[in-house]
Design a protein around this ligand. Structure first.
Ligand SMILES: [Zn+2]
Length: 262
């Protein structure tokens, strides 16, 4: 199958991952194209966002060497910086991925009134992310509007779910490929078995409830962050050591719209 992306692209590792993400949507579309019309969609919208990302997790240093994008494979000691970089994408994203729709659902339900839209936003930003605005905010500002998906009315919980599903898909593919070793070093590049397993789930489209589609591929029938924890285990252990005796977390802000102390 020959599919193309129309995208303004730069030769960066971020864009290399984005290409995989977008192609994931296309290969999902193509895989369920033989389903009846009403089943031609993702098992849920979190699945659709997770397909390409699950593949992109196979972009390991070994893989990059194999395809000629790097000349030397970094030593095992590079695992921590590589995992840290990936954690900034995948872990640091989780609280934000969750709060966007939490805010929207509070607005849609009427729980938050228009007079408090911005305050509700910063309350969630403080609660889940522990961040404060760089300058004082008020209700004459509308900061949620700066996130594309809010004015564009695009659901957002899908990205939160996808951040977790992708590690479940990836772990299942690594298993199917017969990989043994630390999960973060697994690449299923070239594995027919992994591809077949993934494709079989993609072909289901929306014809089965998502827990069944997930189970067929992973043996798990619920959203499960244990694959994510397994992937980041070396980093988690390292961070625990680094943070020994250090107080982590934050106390809720008295006024979440007040700028962080300079
Ligand atoms: Zn997407």
């Amino acid at each position: 199958m020959d599919v193309r992306l129309k995208m303004c692209i730069h030769g960066t590792s971020d864009d290399f991952v984005t290409v995989h993400h977008e192609l994931g949507h296309l290969y999902y579309d193509l895989s369920y194209r033989k389903q009846p019309f009403s089943f031609r969609n993702g098992a849920n919208d979190g699945f659709h966002e997770a397909i390409g990302d699950a593949i992109a997790l196979s972009i390991t240093p070994e893989y990059l060497k194999k395809i000629g994008l790097i000349e030397q494979i970094p030593p095992p000691s590079a695992d921590i910086p590589l995992l840290l970089r990936r954690a900034l994408d995948k872990i640091a994203f989780l609280p934000f991925g969750l709060l966007v729709d939490k805010w929207r659902w509070q607005v849609f339900s009427g729980e938050v009134k228009p007079a408090d839209y911005n305050k509700a936003w910063w309350t969630l930003r403080d609660k889940y992310q522990g961040v404060a605005p760089p300058v004082d905010r008020s209700e004459s500002d509308f900061d949620p509007g700066a996130k594309y998906h809010i004015p564009a009315n695009t659901a957002y919980a899908r990205y939160f779910l996808a951040a977790i599903y992708q590690f479940q898909f990836y772990r299942a593919m690594c298993k199917e490929a017969g990989y043994q070793g630390p999960l973060n070093r697994c690449s299923v590049y070239g594995s027919q078995e992994a591809g077949r397993k993934f494709r079989a789930m993609l072909e289901l489209g929306q014809s089965k409830p998502w827990p069944e589609a997930l189970k067929q591929m992973t043996g798990e029938d619920r959203l499960d962050a244990s694959a994510m924890v397994e992937y980041f285990r070396p980093l988690l252990d390292w961070l625990k050591q680094q943070n020994q005796g250090v107080r982590t977390g934050w106390t809720p802000a008295a006024d979440p719209m007040k700028a962080a102390a300079q």
